[in-house]
Ligand binder design. Structure first.
Ligand code: NDP
Length: 443
């Protein structure tokens, strides 16, 4: 049995009740074998065995009081996965589905993603099984304050810098950072995605979505075409989905769908993004309300967007939202490119199907790295207390995403799997972390 198969089998056995973590490791570990074959020193020093084991996992109680005066209890998580190349960095997710398996899959992905950005940030992830949906602002604040009252002792500007993710946007980061400052007395920038008024970076809100489109731009270039006139389907209607749509529209694409966990809107004339922003960012409403403003659009309860004919498909909601069935529909309709905005949205079988049918596929650890890249730029600005213009940050983001595309496509070609951007991203991300781990000894 190969080294990578052994490590994978052992890690799955050791973490037997964590299906999402298994999936993330299964997508990565076997693709590293060609690189390991060339570098036996990594096997000798057990780099992979160390990589699949988080450096630290913190689980904690989060008690808070709701608007009826009743005590509620949630569970908080922070998994500090790997700090070989820099302080842990990765978002916080607030969603009822959050459990250790989900946080570990996200943290594991984050190691490779952060490495691909070329910046000095290690991998971590956290969150809570708290649902901000339907809660008052006061309840969200009470929860965030209680959450960080435990978390603050485990994070810090040179140690661990969390950001947002599903259910954690500017409002939540504001409450969290406010309480962090109160507890520590420090304005050191720990936590990214902060408001511009208190140390946030311009472009952080747009970063993941814009970054995704900058990478897809390069994929389209490799097919000798561009966004101009391309029908694009997007799932989700949160932070990533909205700014993915915004940049795609700027580059001449026609975005025809957006969704939330209740269903999706299909607007053949093209989605009106101002309406989506008003519903989602201002009113915190549901995507079905889009039809009140655009009666010509259609709404599908419980449906998925992948049945809508398109050139480009961009999953931007959550994990495992694109199954083999969805991939089959995209292939049948002649889709050219699938690029992940969300983390692990595409099931393994669906990825294999897309690749076998020559649909160019980009994994999230490369294509959605723009968010964490700008978070690292936010850290740099906090350090120097010198803030850059929108254009400055946007140009840096664009350069980083284009460099990621070059790195993953060249790495794929170098290891004999030309066009396989999954293997390219895994190997390119692993290489830097493995080198750092080797040089620092058995830690
Ligand atoms: P948001 O909370 O802003 O939006 C999430 C969107 O996905 C909403 O439309 C939500 O619908 C939908 N969604 C969430 N869970 C489910 C579910 N179980 N089934 C169907 N739809 C669901 O999150 P983000 O936009 O920040 O994150 C989206 C994805 O992108 C996540 O996978 C995240 O890990 C990833 N990502 C985010 C980054 C960032 O910078 N924010 C960076 C890199 C990756 P509803 O409102 O109904 O729940």
């Amino acid at each position: 049995m190969s080294y990578t198969s052994q490590v994978l089998e052992q890690a799955i056995r050791k973490n037997s009740h964590e299906p999402e973590f298994h999936q993330a490791m299964t997508e990565v570990v076997p693709t590293l074998q060609p690189f390991i074959d060339e570098h036996p020193e990594y096997e000798k020093t057990g780099v992979l065995e160390r990589l699949v084991e988080p450096e630290r996992q913190i689980l904690f109680r989060v008690p808070w009081i709701d608007d009826n005066g009743e005590v509620q209890v949630n569970r908080g998580f922070r998994v500090q996965f790997n700090s070989a190349i820099g302080p842990y960095k990765g978002g916080l997710r607030f969603h009822p589905s959050v459990c250790l398996s989900i946080i570990k899959f996200l943290g594991f992905e984050q190691i490779f993603k952060n490495s691909l950005t070329g910046l000095s940030i290690g991998g971590g992830k956290g969150g809570a099984d708290f649902d901000p949906k339907g809660k008052s602002d006061r309840e969200v604040m009470a929860f965030c304050q209680s959450f960080v009252t435990e978390l603050y002792r485990h994070v810090g500007a040179d140690m661990d810098v969390p950001a947002g993710d599903i259910g954690v946007g500017a409002r939540e980061i504001g409450y969290i950072y406010g309480q962090y400052r109160r507890l520590t007395g420090l304005s050191d920038g720990t936590f990214s995605g902060k408001g511009i008024a208190y140390g946030g970076s311009l472009v952080r809100t747009e970063a993941t979505g814009y970054g995704l489109i900058y990478l897809v731009e390069k994929m389209l270039e490799s097919l000798k075409t561009s966004f101009e006139g391309k029908t694009t389907v997007i799932s989700g209607s949160g932070n990533v989905a909205i700014y993915t749509a915004e940049k795609a529209l700027q580059l001449g694409a026609k975005v025809v769908t957006m969704s939330d966990s209740d269903g999706y809107v299909y607007h053949p004339e093209g989605i009106n993004l101002d309406t989506v922003k008003m519903i989602k960012e201002k009113q915190r409403g549901r995507i079905r309300e889009y039809l009140e403003h655009h009666p010509a659009a259609q709404y599908y309860e419980n449906g998925l967007v992948w049945s809508v004919p398109c050139h480009i498909a961009l999953p931007c909601a959550t994990q495992n939202e694109l199954t083999a069935e969805g991939a089959g529909q995209l292939i049948k309709n002649g889709c050219l490119i699938v690029a992940e905005g969300s983390n692990m949205p595409t099931e393994l079988e669906a990825i294999q199907l897309l690749q076998a049918n020559n649909v160019l596929f980009a994994p999230g650890k490369a294509s959605n790295a723009g968010g964490v890249a700008v978070s690292a730029l936010e850290m740099a600005q906090n350090r120097s207390r010198w803030y850059w213009s929108f254009d400055d940050v946007d140009k840096k983001l664009q350069r980083i995403m284009h460099a990621i595309y070059a790195s993953i496509s060249e790495t794929a070609a170098r290891y004999g799997v030309k066009g396989n951007l999954v293997a390219g991203a895994n190997i390119a991300g692993f290489k830097r972390v493995a080198e750092a781990m080797l040089q620092q000894g058995a830690v």
